[in-house]
Design a protein around this ligand. Structure first.
Ligand code: A3P
Length: 329
């Protein structure tokens, strides 16, 4: 495996103009960002990614050993990218190496985001990557083509987060694009109309896949990563078929990887303080590293608002066996 490099996508190619016959028939809604969402296969897809999603479904050729990281936005994608990259690439790049790619590149420049690559017509970049490939998506599980979703040779690692904290993180992030009040975002989220939403369907889709195929879909929660990052690194390595050897354990590799990918280390690097990432929309690197705590919702929601949101989430996930553990609820 190798890094994609910070320059990936700089020579911007316009999104494919195809699939008009499908796109023109899809239901639409406006987001809090005043951007158009298309409803496709149960999910709300942001307008500049709908053709990329269709293109991915049609064109993506999985390879044995592919690893796809999946998440709803603002649930720890950047962290999971860093941890997975550092774990999978540890033979070539030991976590303590002074020249480790994560010390000079933002995690989004180490792991390609397939939704944007396909939307920009840059999917050939995936073909050029050596195996095993590590990629990420915000697509819902129901939107993955069967060649990925049912492929015994492809693994999926999913991360989600306690929904109130996800919402707070999203609110801070969208301020990079346009000022939106928290209550506007809250109302949109209650209707499930955030990008890649409804977030409850996003979570339940991967949750159910992980329950039926635990060897192919690993399900993580941000809160458990916060509680035991070293344990999660070990679990991740085992799931990916790359368990730490006794010698690696003795050398403290799981802890070194967790440290390298910690908020404390990554947030302080120049690579994550300056510059932007993204093929279609460029986001400041620093916008991916904010507080990184559990329970920040308490600073943005009244108890009544929190109860209303919890009730919606509770109702949606009832009977699934899934629960969110936040120390404050
Ligand atoms: P907050 O806004 O609550 O701080 P994503 O990567 O999916 O966009 O999610 C961003 C959230 O993950 C932000 O949460 C960000 O601060 C947090 N985050 C990013 N890197 C992290 C890390 N290394 N450890 C813990 N949290 C991290």
């Amino acid at each position: 495996m190798d890094v994609v490099g910070a320059a990936a996508g700089d020579d911007h190619i316009a999104p494919p103009e195809e699939y008009e016959d499908i796109v023109s028939t899809l239901p639409t809604a406006m987001t809090f960002q005043a951007k158009l969402l298309y409803q496709y296969q149960g999910g709300w897809v942001i307008y500049h990614r709908i053709r990329g999603l269709l293109s991915f479904q049609q064109r993506f050729t999985p390879r044995s050993g592919d690893v796809l990281l999946a998440s709803p936005p603002k649930c720890g994608t950047t962290w999971l990218k860093a941890l997975s990259f550092a774990t999978m690439a540890r033979a070539a790049y030991p976590p303590n190496a002074a020249e480790h790619p994560l010390l000079r590149l933002n995690p989004h420049d180490c792991v390609p985001f397939v939704d944007d690559l396909f939307s920009a017509g840059h999917h050939d970049q995936l073909e050029a990557l050596p195996s095993p490939r590590l990629m990420n998506t915000h697509m819902q599980h129901a939107q993955l083509p069967p060649s990925v979703a049912d492929n015994p040779d492809c693994k999926i690692v999913y991360v989600c987060r306690e929904p109130k904290d996800m919402l707070v993180s999203m609110w801070h992030f969208v301020q990079n694009v346009r000022p939106v009040t928290f209550s506007d975002l809250f109302e949109v989220a209650c209707e499930g109309k955030t990008p890649d939403g409804p977030f409850w369907d996003h979570i339940l889709g991967y949750w159910s896949a992980s329950r039926s195929s635990p060897e192919r879909v690993m399900f993580l929660q941000y809160e458990e990563m916060m509680r035991d990052p070293v344990g999660v690194v070990r679990e991740l390595a085992r799931f990916l078929g790359l368990p730490f050897s006794a010698a690696e354990e003795a050398a403290g590799l799981p802890a070194s990887i967790a440290k390298l990918c910690s908020m404390e280390v990554l947030k302080g690097l120049d690579a994550n303080k300056i510059g932007t990432s993204g093929v279609l929309a460029k986001y400041p690197h620093k916008s991916y590293f904010r507080k990184g705590v559990v329970g920040d919702w308490i600073n943005h929601m009244t108890p009544e608002t929190a109860v209303r949101f919890d009730a919606i989430v509770h109702d949606k996930i009832r009977g699934s066996g899934l629960s969110f553990r936040s120390p404050l609820v």
